[in-house]
Write a protein that binds this ligand. Structure first.
Ligand code: AMP
Length: 952
């Protein structure tokens, strides 16, 4: 912002009026003529020739002026060398408060500087010099400049006198006036400004003007007021339909959904008729409508004797665009046509108002009374909708749905008949009383059948769960009598009401020639311990819900604080996922590296950056391209399930991406990945105390799940994730996972896939998946953990495993396993599931062990030849080990091959001579590895009796 326009003295010729020996001459330069003041008294001694300007008035603030001279000096060499000659002249100044006219007193002038040419003019041509000099610290009203010649040959062509100023400006919506630049000793001048119209600032805007006339370092920032936006250096009103809520640098934004912006300059847009905002909603946000009524309200009897009913319903069709939907329930008892409030006697679990789930248990009801339940949906705007306010209009009528219910006993099966029979099949049908009401939840039936003459000790029976009151059973043996029993199931899956048992016989083979093939098929069924054919073969109708069975039938156990909701109870799975999971914008997710492959696509490590929140490391599950809608829903079902859980030992869902093409599930990142792999990679590196600590975490997570009535069905170390703090978290919640994803899943004759070696016998046999079967799996996880990721039952086939379990064989204690921990495993593997400990018991016991670590010192009996499957004397083909490396490989200790070679141990005879000390000395340091090698040597020597001698 140098202000050359502020030159106020332009032409020297006009102002120099006092001349002593200087004269005005006319010169021609580059073809044009001009005047100059010239003096050339070379050769004459004692020269003192003066030229003075007229009085120059000074602007009061301009204490520093610049003098730009254009001049010519003749070369002294062009004169006779013996004559006096100078090539410089002097600049003087004199301050004065008044014009003194032509009076000139030399003594009043102060020398400013000697002026010397950069180039001198010789015979070869004229050289014009330009020099700028500064005259500082002027303080009087005006001044004179004077030029003293002391014997040179000089011509002054022009003199410009000026000061510098910062020009008036608008910076960041603050206006600053023109300001004269300061002098050397006041190089920065602070200047106060003011905000332009419709802008404001928290502090007075300031800026500095430099000595060079430049603006620098603005302090204080003006912003356009609410309702105005910055356009160039001004603040302009928001257009109608746009608003700006705060003083900011931002632009006006379009009015949000369900609001109106009729006027210009709006700071907010008022709600449209019938739409509201809650006080906690941001004023800049959309307005929402009231929710419509809840749908499909049904009541089911859970425990008749306790006067209990379960009311459940579906969320409103239209939530008014809000996610804070809650429900309240009101009860009226009706007798003889008159209804009145049920009063305080009635209990609601979890509560009668503020419900976030779409179900409530009502108890303390009297039998034989008619009750009317009114369920109302509320949202954050419901209670404000009715209040008169400038922004809210009258609400629509409240949403309510009424159903009346006279609860009755579960339906009874009244009769069973055979509709059709063949050599290998029977079609049955039965009646129920009372008949199911329209809109009542479907009744499910449990049909059990077996051959009549089976030895009862080894009965092969089949259980079918049916949704219709008829069935065709095929693949039966010809000419054989079967006993059929059918019973209605209550909504929680437990048998209710009375059952009916009948005997029917298939036709004899001789009656038809076409039955041979079917008979072969029928025979296959008998092979399994017990088989289960479910109408729920369709993957979609498979649900993990239903933890309740006899195992948890004590009244306290039936009152979970929060209950898991099967996402498939939602008609539209997309509604379920949005209910239980937060939608994340994909721009907040950065994928960094592929860390695994899931059933539906790759799993990435990445970063979640949500504005206003700390960045978090996350795992991102993706859905591979080309998916079907069904696959997308199955993929997202994991998020609908996971999103319902909040526990330290359950993998936390950060959110989902569903509204964009590439659906994603974002969870917390677990640095150490899957537990089985992690333990294998760190074999022998953790103490029993640390391992039990991990198990305690898993048990706590499982207790939480079972308290919510969620049955996992695929609990295994591969489905536990480990973070940096060695915290273990239960994962893998997809509904289809057990069936599709798990490589351990094995097809059963009923068509489902089951991870046999982790699954309780009753779940394999007739799909009785409960929290008690999860406890069995937990026992297997305990074994996997204590054995550092060893495969349960090693290389036994699934068939061998099932046979062994049926014959009461159980996994032996892993090496170095505390006795108390192994005892707990055995408890988890009790055949009678009602005798297995509950997860609450398991957590308490593990806590107790961790509180007194001495309790972990007693080690369970251990036989290395069984427990770590160490080959006793031979390699895999039965022949003795041919080399040290073959032996090390067989016990998975190949990493020490070089240690053995370097120590000169190159054949098995030498190995057999090794003592514990020798193993340590060759560099095997980890206690687990030391033991594995030592035990193997003992096994090779067949000296199991000395096992206890070895303790590290
Ligand atoms: P999944 O589809 O859940 O079985 O995931 C496949 C693999 O991705 C797992 O075996 C883990 O190695 C990895 N993985 C999944 N989720 C996470 C997570 N939250 N943190 C770290 N790794 C994970």
């Amino acid at each position: 912002m140098l202000s050359l326009s502020d030159i106020f003295v332009a032409a020297f010729i006009l102002i120099c009026v006092v001349l002593f020996q200087w004269e005005v001459v006319q010169k021609t330069l580059n073809g044009s003529q001009f005047y100059a003041y010239s003096v050339c008294n070379v050769g004459e001694p004692e020269q003192d020739n003066w030229l003075r300007t007229t009085f120059i008035q000074r602007r009061p603030s301009a204490s520093r002026i610049f003098v730009e001279l254009q001049f010519i000096v003749r070369d002294c060499n062009s004169f006779d060398a013996s004559v006096p000659c100078k090539e410089t002249f002097n600049l003087f100044t004199s301050e004065s408060d008044a014009d003194v006219g032509t009076t000139f007193r030399k003594g009043q002038f102060k020398k400013v500087v000697t002026i010397a040419p950069d180039e001198i003019t010789s015979k070869n041509g004229m050289r014009i010099n330009t020099e700028t000099k500064v005259v500082d610290n002027l303080s009087r009203k005006g001044f004179y400049l004077a030029f003293q010649d002391i014997g040179a040959c000089v011509a002054l062509l022009s003199v410009k006198v000026y000061y510098k100023a910062c020009t008036a400006t608008v910076e960041s919506l603050a206006r600053f006036p023109e300001t004269v630049a300061g002098s050397e000793n006041q190089a920065l001048r602070e200047v106060k400004g003011e905000c332009v119209e419709n802008a404001q600032s928290e502090e007075v805007p300031r800026i500095y003007c430099t000595a060079d006339g430049e603006w620098v370092v603005q302090v204080g920032h003006c912003q356009c007021k609410p309702g105005y936006e910055k356009v160039g250096d001004t603040c302009q009103e928001c257009q109608p339909g746009f608003f700006k809520a705060a003083s900011s640098d931002g632009k006006c934004e379009p009015c949000p959904a369900n609001t109106q912006g009729l006027e210009a300059g709006a700071a907010f847009c008022p709600c449209m008729d019938g739409f509201y905002q809650a006080p906690t909603d941001p004023i800049t946000g959309p307005c929402s409508g009231l929710p419509t009524a809840p749908r499909d309200l049904v009541a089911t009897t859970t425990q008749l004797s306790a006067g209990k009913l379960l009311l459940s319903w579906s969320p409103p069709d239209d939530t008014g665009g809000r996610s804070d939907i809650t429900y309240s329930v009101e009860c009226q008892s009706c007798e003889g046509g008159a209804c009145r409030p049920c009063g305080e006697k009635i209990r609601y679990e979890p509560a009668s108002a503020g419900l976030t789930l779409t179900r409530v248990t009502v108890s303390e009801l009297d039998a034989h009374l008619n009750y009317t339940f009114i369920v109302e949906a509320h949202s954050g705007v419901s209670m404000f909708a009715g209040q008169a306010s400038a922004r809210a209009h009258k609400p629509p009528s409240t949403s309510a749905l009424t159903t009346s219910l006279h609860y009755t006993d579960p339906p009874k099966i009244t009769s069973m008949t055979v509709i059709e029979k063949s050599v290998t099949s029977l079609s049955l049908s039965w009646d129920v009383s009372p008949r199911p009401r329209l809109h009542a939840p479907p009744i499910r039936y449990e049909l059990t059948y077996r051959k009549k003459d089976d030895n009862l000790d080894v009965t092969t029976y089949t259980v079918l769960i049916l949704e219709k009151s008829s069935v065709q059973i095929s693949e039966l043996a010809p000419g054989t009598a079967y006993l059929f029993r059918v019973q209605a199931l209550s909504s929680d899956g437990s048998p209710g009401g009375s059952s009916i048992e009948e005997q029917y016989e298939t036709l004899h083979e001789s009656t038809s020639a076409s039955i041979l093939a079917a008979a072969v098929g029928g025979a296959v069924i008998g092979i399994l311990i017990c088989s289960f054919v479910s109408l729920f073969r369709k993957r979609n109708s498979h649900s993990r819900q239903g933890a309740e069975d006899n195992y948890f039938s004590s009244p306290e156990q039936l009152k979970p604080l929060k209950t898991y909701v099967d996402p498939h109870t939602y008609e539209d799975p997309n509604v379920a996922v949005l209910k239980f999971a937060t939608e994340i914008h994909p721009s907040h997710i950065t994928k960094q590296k592929v860390i695994g492959a899931g059933e539906f696509g790759e799993v990435y490590r990445g970063i979640l950056k949500v504005p206003g929140r700390k960045d978090v490391a996350v795992a991102i599950k993706t859905l591979k391209p080309g998916y079907t809608e069904k696959q997308r829903q199955d993929f997202l079902s994991e998020a609908s399930i996971m999103g319902q859980f909040t526990h330290q030992n359950i993998i936390r869902l950060e959110g989902v991406v569903t509204k964009f093409k590439h659906a994603m599930i974002v969870t917390e990142y677990m640095e150490n990945g899957a537990l089985d792999r992690y333990l294998k990679d760190h074999d022998g590196e953790f103490s029993s105390f640390q391992l039990v600590g991990m198990l305690r975490g898993i048990a706590a997570g499982m207790k939480y799940l079972s308290d919510m009535s969620y049955v996992h069905r695929d609990l295994a170390a591969r489905n536990i994730l480990v973070n940096n703090n060695l915290e273990c978290k239960v994962s893998d919640f997809g509904l289809s996972r057990v069936l599709e994803d798990d490589p351990e899943g094995t097809y059963t004759t009923s068509g489902g896939k089951i991870p046999i070696r982790w699954t309780a016998p009753e779940a394999i046999a007739y799909r009785k998946f409960t929290s008690a079967s999860d406890v069995w799996s937990f026992g297997i996880v305990m074994w996997e953990v204590m054995a550092f990721g060893e495969r349960p039952y090693w290389d036994m086939s699934n068939h061998e495993v099932m046979k062994a379990i049926n014959e009461a064989f159980r996994l032996p204690a892993p090496m170095d396993c505390p006795s108390a921990v192994y005892q707990l495993m055995l408890q988890c593997w009790l055949q009678d599931r009602s005798k297995r400990p509950r997860f609450g018991d398991i957590v308490s016991l593990l806590d107790k062990l961790l509180r007194s670590p001495d309790s972990l010192k007693t080690i369970a009996d251990f036989d290395p030849r069984v427990s770590i499957r160490l080959p006793s004397t031979s390699g895999s083909d039965g022949s003795p080990f041919r080399s040290v490396s073959e032996w090390l490989e067989s016990i998975k200790m190949s990493q020490y091959s070089e240690n053995f070679t370097c120590a000169g141990i190159i054949n098995m005879d030498q190995v057999l001579q090794m003592k514990n000390e020798d193993i340590k000395n060759i560099g095997v340091r980890l206690p687990g590895h030391l033991k594995r090698i030592a035990y193997s040597i003992l096994g090779l020597k067949d000296q199991t009796s000395t096992l206890s001698v070895f303790a590290v």
